[in-house]
Design a protein around this ligand. Sequence first.
Ligand SMILES: NC(=O)c1ccc[n+]([C@@H]2O[C@H](COP(=O)([O-])OP(=O)(O)OC[C@H]3O[C@@H](n4cnc5c(N)ncnc54)[C@H](OP(=O)(O)O)[C@@H]3O)[C@@H](O)[C@H]2O)c1
Length: 399
Amino acid sequence: MDSSYRLPTVALITGANSGLGYAIACRLIVEFFSLGTDGYPAVTSGSNTLVVCLATRSVEKAQSAIAGINTFLASRLPEGARSRLELAHVTIDLSSPSSVTAAATELRNKYRRIHYVFCNAAVVPFVRIDWATAARQITTNFIEAMTIPRYKIQGVGWLAQIQSHKSHAAGLLPELGAAFAANVFGHYCLLHEIMRVLHASASAAALETPSRIIWVGSIESDPLTFDMDDIQGIKSIRPYESSKTLTDILVLGSYLPEAQEYFRSYTTIPISSEYTPPTNSIPPIFLIAHPGIVSTAIVAIPWWQTYAKNVGFWLCRAFGSPWHCIDPFIGANAPVWLALSPHVDLIKGRKWGSACLWGGSEIILETQVDSDVAGQSGQLWSQMETLRKLWETTLGSQS
Ligand SMILES: NC(=O)c1ccc[n+]([C@@H]2O[C@H](COP(=O)([O-])OP(=O)(O)OC[C@H]3O[C@@H](n4cnc5c(N)ncnc54)[C@H](OP(=O)(O)O)[C@@H]3O)[C@@H](O)[C@H]2O)c1
């Protein structure tokens, strides 16, 4: 057994202070400590101690989430479990490459191994509702309108806040689309920078299972919103959906021969002066799940529209839609299952969604992906690697 045997099982959750990310934290803890007999949870260190690290944009948000989680857990954990749980936090703005680098350094220094990462944080660059389109979609197909709304007007050309059009035009920083940066690229760079703690030991004495990177996708993915010539969705009128479609192709493509060259280079542990990577270790695997439809504040709308939206969600569930989970805790079912399931060969290379029945029974359904993953993943992975290296060089030259 190697020396990491008694280290805790560590889970990192981005956007853990609200909505789905907060629910993933609660659900992961409850399931981790109540699981049982069939080797579940699969990726642990053997110590039966769990560290959940909440990645948030400020310390205050993390502290308030930790207080909420402690209250939630008070009556839900079996005896003795609370002393085997540690709630930690790290501050990160995923839209800012320098903040990502700082958080990665902190995580590398804090943890020898991270077993699960939930890439959950996201933004919708929402501007307003297009009421004419809303009326048309709601009256022609109510459930579709409440599942894949085509009436969210989004900001076209919005860049990550760390840069203005001026700084990009002046050639100071490479262009970074707002939704792409927070939803995909910040996570992508973070994972690479903490790659050494994501690798499992492959020594003969302790053959460990790979760490699992659980990307949170969406049922709103749509190949029509994604353009290989604009992977950042900067020209797109639906940049959120573009980022989620990209996520599907990135994750599912990571298993295909077309992307292997890039996936291997991406998952190679970066060499540094203070760290020599082991010659033999196991890289993490990418998995993808979506929460169905849950009631959160991801789209900033007034209270009365939130109320109407929730009534609409309940009507959809009553009309038989399996995707209207509504409660984020139910939405967290599929992401948490991907982390803890022992059946890794069954879950990888497919997209899973949380679903539920009218009576509240929870199920997990495989979700069809319409993108041409085989045709696009090689090119996409190549572009992502090029962009990552460009930012690496840019930040390196500025430090
Ligand atoms: N709600 C749904 O029905 C639904 C459906 C399908 C998929 N999803 C997916 O579920 C995930 C969570 O969304 P949600 O509905 O729970 O929304 P939410 O409550 O708004 O949560 C989003 C989280 O992401 C964080 N975040 C946003 N930009 C960030 C950045 N630049 N750096 C660091 N953190 C950032 C937010 O932090 P702040 O609090 O600081 O803003 C917040 O904690 C997303 O990936 C979304 O695409 C949701």
